[in-house]
Design a protein around this ligand. Sequence first.
Ligand code: FMN
Length: 448
Amino acid sequence: MMNLFTIPNLVGAHLGGWRHRDAYSHPVMNLRQTIEFAQLAERGKLDGLFLADGNGIRDMNRRALFAANFPSARPGVFDPVVLMTALAGHTSRIGLVSTATTTFDEPWFVARRFASLDHVSNGRAGWNAVTAANAGDALNFNRSEPVNREERYARAEEFIEVVQGLWDSWAEDAFVQDKASGRFLDPDRVRALNHAGRFFKVAGPLNVPRTPQGRPVVFTAGQSEAGKELAARYADAMFGAGDSKETCQAEYADIKGRVAKHGRDPDMLRFIPGVNVFAGRSAGEADDLYGELNELISPALGIDYLSKIVTQDLSGLPLDGPMPDLPDTVAGSSTVRTFVVKVIRDEKLTVRQAYQRVVSDFGTPVVKGSAVEVADVLEDWYRAKACDGFVITFPMVPVGLRNLVDLVVPELQRRGLFRTEYAGTTLRDHLGLLRPANPQFETAPRSG
Ligand SMILES: Cc1cc2nc3c(=O)[nH]c(=O)nc-3n(C[C@H](O)[C@H](O)[C@H](O)COP(=O)(O)O)c2cc1C
């Protein structure tokens, strides 16, 4: 079964999306509309909502872009776990995946927050563990320099081990709560962690009982060598990025091979790349929307955004002239930059074509067309082992999500590729992941 996630980002994933006449009119900190979004996604039986996050506002030095709304600058966003906790009260099945950084947070706090979210949501919590490569984030955490990749990933590894160790603090039956005998808990059913490593010294145990999912689901989202090794060892699912089916097929084979090398079942890591879906009642309707949104971006703004993505100043270049030759990699190259540079080169895009391409998808492949055409692409990727599912963004909301739920999901269901009802109640159930045994107290994993 295909796994589908979406991002409750009310400004949409197109630079002009928030300006469209049918877009939400006040998307910043709008809890009511975010709840509406979550409920609509749940009506579509989606596996989960995913909140990407950072701990620093980005791109303030690009005044035009910043003022016009660059969504991943994130100038006004809820703390993701606080928001997911609110959404948990207004939904009952959909998974709730939040990002937290291993570079600046503390394992104790992360273990506690996500275990609490798992209890609050009755087993729907997921943690997207990121190393926060964005240089600006470091400045908010007693540093004047970004943290290098070696340190980020060494810390991430130990961080996740500590978090998982803390989640195993309690046996499931530890909290007896028997009024008759006066026995509240069983002191033999708890273990201290007593971890002492390169980065952390954590005694434990955690002050949250074992959670409904055993452990919240762990996601990662980094496709560097170190990022993939981290995923292969610890993750239950991995958010990815890839410019084409072929790139994702290679990534899929690579990551599943690494999981097996670490002695794990490759099905126990779900690979979920991002796609940006423009679905309409007809292909023409999707094309019209694409055109309308691109018209909402001035050339100056488009070029400012493209310059940021390719890390090279492109201002002053003729709009309909060729793009300059761009180096394959630069210091701190991102997955998105690599993808965009490749597309520009392969398709020989002009400056205008290049910015129109990136403003519509932020470096994620665009799947555009009627419901049947969109379903064809999703089915093709899935059957070709390019992914286990998708994290779907929309150029604008709520229209994009509504079209997914009302048009594309029924088409996927008709083809037997997507659930018509939730079979279970937890995010692990939706993803087909086993409930982990607690090595401190149990030996055999229970399914379910
Ligand atoms: C789909 C996807 C989602 C991501 N979400 C986040 C995020 O929410 N916060 C973050 O700091 N980084 C996020 N990243 C970035 C990665 O965690 C990673 O830091 C980045 O791709 C650079 O790779 P590296 O750290 O392995 O060098 C995301 C990446 C992808 C592909």
